[in-house]
Ligand binder design. Structure first.
Ligand code: GDP
Ligand code: MG
Length: 426
């Protein structure tokens, strides 16, 4: 994806052909992460339509704009980040054999204990003989309270005794027995444990190497025992994490944690920014997205009315502001093919921007919409006085404005440029 995005950067022109090529790379990346083919096709089709139909906001480079769209689409596909709450809570883990429940129970308890909440792990796996020792040694290694009863066959009774023995523990994690499949035995046992434990959260533990099939499992657990969260384990292993995440999200349950190794520290709340950033090869996607979204909201003051035909002091200011936010004004004009951009337009810094704003706010609405009025005697002097500026500041602003207007007009009338830009309108 990093290469595909680099290609986009070089392209300088985003037409139908460019976006289709980009989509091919995007499809490959998502498919190799095992995301469902249908979801991938829907996603890229929607992206193509969005890119070709949207207006590029002032001050945003096409590549950044598209990256932001890809990011937003992937968040829709994989789900939003999870922010854990640090309060008293009981967490019950469910899942099939080998999903990673026992390891995850210790990881979660440790996660909360390290953040100041006393944790207790209860072993309710009365099926596997070694379950008790496995969990006990994991708990010991992190100094976490552990409760289990060797030889006891009734997990509900174990829960009752555990809660009676450790009433002060704030985060209580209950590890349960898995099965080969979600059968009636597992469902019955889960219900018996839950009625005694009264969990705040029932989380399904699922291994990432299930890929897309995680979705079906999540949906069935959700129906049978009412899970409200998913933990995807072994995200370090296979390349199927994208498939598992998107399928889990599609099932309607929230992905809360992911685990990425055998060490107890290998657990993090699901962070869409991080995960999608890695998938796209842009680790710092968060700051990019923030910048683009800020520029979009700036430029969207009047999205449909900002038209180069109508460049006036109102639109001039919002464009200047949006552009100065992004910085690469020079690059944008360069990409548009304008070589001789007036330097002082580019260099309008924060200070000048503030000045311009004050001056513009001292104009009457008619003056803001019609620059020619300013040539009438007395108007410049009045504006200077009203804004506490000098007349030469007002003249400077008018001169910047006219340079910008000229530039916009020349771009607008450049037919080859228009052709090149195809679907992407400004
Ligand atoms: P359970 O049967 O659901 O309780 O699963 P376990 O917790 O016993 O884990 C099964 C195996 O998966 C163990 O060998 C774990 O060390 C391993 N495992 C669990 N989580 C992860 C993970 O995030 N990454 C890797 N690489 N291995 C994991
Ligand atoms: Mg286990």
């Amino acid at each position: 994806m990093r290469q595909a995005l680099a290609k986009l950067k070089r392209a300088t022109i985003i037409d139908a052909k460019t976006i289709r090529e980009f989509n091919k790379d995007l499809q490959k990346a998502l498919l190799s992460s095992d995301v469902n083919v249908k979801l991938v096709l829907e996603f890229t089709k929607k992206l193509e339509r969005q890119v070709l139909e949207s207006k590029l906001p002032a001050g945003v480079a096409p590549r950044d704009y598209i990256t932001n769209m890809v990011y937003e689409g992937l968040v829709e596909l994989m789900g939003e980040s999870y922010s854990p709450t640090f309060e008293k809570q009981r967490i019950m883990l469910l899942g099939l054999y080998g999903a990673g429940k026992t390891t995850t129970a210790a990881k979660i308890a440790r996660f909360y204990q390290n953040r100041g909440l006393g944790a207790l792990i209860i072993c309710c796996d009365t099926q596997r003989p070694a379950a008790y020792e496995q969990l006990e040694s994991l708990a010991k290694s992190s100094n976490i309270a552990f409760y289990g009863e060797k030889g006891e066959r009734n997990p509900a009774k174990i829960v009752r005794n555990a809660l009676a023995k450790y009433p002060e523990k704030q985060v209580v994690v209950c590890d349960t027995a898995g099965r080969n499949a979600l059968d009636s035995e597992l469902i019955e046992e889960a219900k018996r444990i839950a009625s005694e434990f009264k969990p705040d959260s029932k989380m399904l533990v699922i291994s990432a190497d299930m890929g897309q099939t995680a979705g079906e499992q999540a949906a069935r657990f959700r129906e049978a025992v009412g899970i409200d969260g998913i933990i995807v384990t072994k995200m370090d292993g296979s390349g199927k994490g994208g498939g598992a995440l998107s399928a889990a999200h599609a099932s309607g349950a929230k992905v809360k944690f992911i685990t990425t190794g055998e060490k107890l520290s290998d657990i993090t709340p699901y962070d869409s920014e991080k995960f999608i950033g890695n998938l796209l090869g842009i680790p710092d996607i968060g700051s990019l997205v923030e910048k683009v979204q800020e520029a979009i909201s700036e430029a969207n003051v009047n999205p449909d009315e900002v038209d180069v035909n109508e460049l006036n002091f109102e639109t001039f200011y919002s464009q200047l502001k949006a552009m100065s936010k992004m910085g690469p004004l020079k690059n944008i004009f360069g990409m548009l093919g304008a070589s001789d951009v007036p330097k002082d337009v580019i260099d309008s810094g924060e200070e000048k921007l503030k000045k311009d704003k004050v001056i513009i706010s001292s104009m009457t609405p008619e003056e803001r919409r019609n620059e020619r009025l300013l040539h009438q005697p007395g108007r410049v002097a009045r504006i200077a006085k009203g804004s506490g500026m000098e007349e030469k500041d007002v003249h400077q602003l008018i001169s910047d404005f006219n340079k910008m207007k000229k530039l916009f007009n020349s771009l607008k009338n450049d037919r080859s440029l228009k052709r090149k830009f195809g679907g992407m309108s400004f």
